[in-house]
Design a protein around this ligand. Structure first.
Ligand code: SF4
Length: 447
């Protein structure tokens, strides 16, 4: 929308497409040239811009910018590729013809598509349509450039919560936690929302080796040694459990904490382990009031299954066929697994002082509207998957999930996603490269 016109210059409202933040902008256009970009304070995300966005005129008018389809006319072995400009119709027709020929000869899965990150590039508004094309083409093989910054929050988090890390509702939070995340530099819309939350009294914890601007403003800054974030999360879990300061109602009702785990093989105890003729094969919990094992239907609300009486701590001995089997609730195993991460041990591993660790545990133990985001500080280490899962488990203990002022699962408009995975037939999905070797994703450590 054009808002101002002078003889020489027009000011047009828009937004910066150079990353997912989509900052609202006022764009100065002179003689059909973009000459400057500045924040549009009237736009919901237009309070500020980063230097990349402000440099948009240099990108738009760069002589190195690729603006037209180009055809190589010389072999790749030659120094001069011999680029020749061609028309869009010609480029699209030839690309479609050659892709179709490969698909007909070798199957759609033989084409591996590669896309750059949609988070930090102008691809952000196109990626859904690219994925739609690839899925309708029929290939399960897309090589993304997003794993380093997105894997942990979109996928590792889903291993624990069943969904990627939902958006943090900073503006209504009681406690804001920035874990390896510096939105003042990387996500200005979030930085603004954090400012609104802080103005309303939200506490803030920053976990970052560097004294960033937000770290200096935080109530508590934990200068964690790079790559030791998982130990920090386990230490906080240990304190919350040891001091019984977690949200027990949430843990019972919404997590797998009460489910019994077999001591002999580490698998969840199932209904048919106890009652071989059972029609279903539900999980099993120990009901303290009944003093017996009971099936737990995870598809039903826990409150309707006497969840308040489910055991969380301590092993139980259960008759399984002719044998006595020792089982323990998953929560007991979590507590045992974290017990070694005492404050002194966490300080030894992470460099975070015991007093600071306890101060943050106090905040997690008392605040029930916790809005957090964990980003590159977690995602750019070789143990990103398990570190993120430790942080997600810590988050589960504070019972904030999907609350106002916490990380909320937003339900979008009731329309079909243009890039739905259902566009790709199951038979084609099964042909994804590496699926057999790594069915749930990359390994924990490199190599
Ligand atoms: S953060 Fe920077 S690059 Fe991203 S939309 Fe805003 S101005 Fe553009």
């Amino acid at each position: 929308m054009q808002v101002t016109t002078t003889a020489a210059t027009q000011t047009r409202q828009g937004y910066c497409t150079l990353c997912r933040s989509r900052c609202g902008t006022l764009n100065e256009v002179r003689d059909d040239m973009l000459v400057s970009v500045r924040p549009d304070a009237s736009h919901p995300t237009g309070q500020a811009m980063c230097m990349k966005g402000k440099a948009a005129p240099e990108l738009v008018h760069s002589p190195h910018r690729l603006r037209y389809p180009m055809r190589r006319t010389r072999p790749k072995t030659e120094a001069d590729p011999g680029w020749v400009r061609i028309g869009w119709d010609e480029a699209l027709a030839e690309t479609a013809q050659r892709l179709g020929a490969i698909k007909a000869e070798s199957g759609a899965e033989s084409v591996v598509f590669a896309v750059t990150t949609p988070s930090g590039t102008p691809l952000t508004d196109s990626i859904d349509w690219i994925e739609r094309f690839v899925r309708l083409f029929g290939s399960p093989n897309i090589c993304y450039a997003t794993e380093v910054c997105n894997w942990h929050k979109d996928f590792a988090h889903a291993f624990t919560f069943g969904c990627g890390m939902p958006a943090a509702d900073y503006a209504q939070a009681e406690l804001i936690v920035l874990w390896g995340h510096n939105p003042a530099n990387t996500w200005l819309a979030q930085a603004n929302a954090i400012g609104r939350g802080r103005a309303k009294g939200a506490k803030m914890v920053v976990i970052d080796p560097r004294p960033t601007a937000l770290a200096r403003q935080a109530d508590t800054w934990l200068p964690v040694r790079p790559g030791t974030d998982a130990a920090l999360a386990l230490g906080l879990i240990h304190l919350l459990i040891a001091d019984a300061r977690f949200d027990e109602d949430f843990v019972r009702a919404w997590t797998n904490a009460p489910l019994l785990v077999r001591g002999d093989n580490g698998h969840f105890l199932r209904e048919q382990d106890l009652w071989p003729d059972a029609e279903g094969n539900r999980f099993v919990a120990w009901n303290e009031a009944l003093a017996c094992a009971v099936p737990y239907d995870s598809a039903q609300a826990a409150q309707t299954q006497d969840a308040a009486n489910f055991r969380l701590r301590g092993a139980v001995e259960i008759d399984v066929g002719a044998h006595r089997l020792s089982c323990a609730p998953a929560f007991e195993l979590l507590a045992q697994g974290c017990a070694a991460y005492t404050p002194p041990e966490v300080e030894r591993i992470t460099g975070v002082a015991e007093a600071s660790l306890r101060a943050v545990a106090d905040l997690f133990g008392t605040c029930r509207r916790v809005a957090y985001h964990a980003w590159t500080g977690i995602g750019q280490h070789t143990n990103a998957t398990q570190a993120e899962r430790a942080v997600a488990t810590l988050y589960a203990l504070c019972g904030s999930f999907d609350r106002i002022g916490a990380n909320r699962v937003r339900v979008g408009p009731g329309v079909n996603a243009v890039n739905s995975l259902s566009l790709l037939p199951d038979a084609q999905r099964a042909k994804a490269l590496g699926l057999a070797e790594r069915p749930i994703g990359p390994p924990r450590t490199a190599g």
